[in-house]
Design a binder for this molecule. Structure first.
Ligand SMILES: C[S@@+](CC[C@H](N)C(=O)[O-])C[C@H]1O[C@@H](n2cnc3c(N)ncnc32)[C@H](O)[C@@H]1O
Length: 202
C-alpha cells in the first residue's frame, strides 16, 4: 500500500531533477538541446556529398544524431564536439559500445575554441546567435572545397548553394558562399579589395 505513493514520488522527483538539469544546462552552458530529426540528418549528409575521404566536424554534436550516421553509412571520419557533459558521456558510451571507434572522435569542449581547419565538411544545428558568432570563425578556418550543412538556421550573410525546405537544411560551399572574403590560415579573414577600372587588364 505504501509502496505506490513512494514509487510515484521517486518518479516525480526524477522527472523534476531531469527537467531542472535540462533548464540549468541550457543557461549554464548556453546550450539548449534538440536532436536533429532523422530525415533532416540524412538530408544533411546527402547534400554534403559525404564520402570516406571526408572529415566531418559536428559542432554541437548533442547525442550523436549525425555523428554515428556519418561514420557508419558514409564511412567518413567524424569529430563531434559538445559542451554539455551528460551529452558527452552519452556520445562516448555510444562510441564505446556501438562504434565505429576508429572513425569517431568525441571532444568535450566549446566549439568556439576548436580548430577545425582539417574539416572538409562542417555540420551545425545551433541557435541564430551562435551561427552569427560562428560565421567569422568559419571564414577564417574553412579550407577550399569544404561544405557546411546547417539544420534550421542559416549562416547569416552567406549565399546558400542548396536549401531543402522539406527538412529545413541549408548547404553552403566554401568559398562560393561568401565571395570576396577569403581565408588565409595565418591571417584570418581578408576582405578582397574592390578593383578599380584602372586595375582591369585589357
Ligand atoms: C540543437 S542541439 C543539436 C544537437 C545535435 N547536433 C543533433 O543533431 O542532434 C545543439 C547542441 O549544440 C551544443 N552546443 C551549443 N553551444 C555549444 C558550444 N559553444 N560548444 C559546444 N557545443 C555546443 C548543445 O549542447 C546541443 O547539444
Amino acid at each position: 500500500m505504501l509502496a505506490e505513493p513512494l514509487v510515484i514520488s521517486i518518479v516525480l522527483l526524477a522527472v523534476a531533477v531531469a527537467l531542472g538539469y535540462f533548464v540549468f544546462a541550457s543557461f549554464w552552458f548556453g546550450a539548449g538541446y534538440q536532436p536533429t530529426p532523422r530525415r533532416s540528418a540524412l538530408t544533411m549528409l546527402r547534400l554534403a556529398e559525404l564520402s570516406p575521404k571526408d572529415t566531418l566536424y559536428d559542432l554541437g554534436a548533442g547525442t550523436g544524431a549525425l555523428v554515428f550516421r556519418a561514420a557508419r553509412i558514409y564511412r567518413a571520419r567524424v569529430v563531434g564536439v559538445e559542451v554539455e557533459p551528460i551529452r558527452v558521456l552519452a556520445l562516448k558510451l555510444r562510441r564505446r559500445f556501438g562504434g565505429p571507434t576508429d572513425r569517431v572522435t568525441i571532444r568535450w569542449g566549446n566549439l568556439f575554441d576548436l580548430d577545425f581547419t582539417e574539416a572538409t565538411v562542417v555540420a551545425t544545428f545551433l541557435w541564430p546567435a551562435a551561427m552569427e558568432r560562428l560565421r567569422p570563425k568559419l571564414e577564417a578556418q574553412l579550407r577550399e572545397g569544404a561544405r557546411v550543412v546547417s539544420h534550421c538556421h542559416p549562416v547569416p550573410g552567406w549565399t546558400v548553394a542548396t536549401r531543402d525546405r522539406a527538412t529545413d537544411v541549408y548547404l553552403y560551399r566554401w568559398p562560393e558562399a561568401a565571395p570576396g572574403r577569403r581565408s588565409v590560415p595565418s591571417l584570418g579573414v581578408v576582405e578582397e579589395p574592390e578593383r578599380s577600372p584602372h586595375d582591369q587588364h585589357p
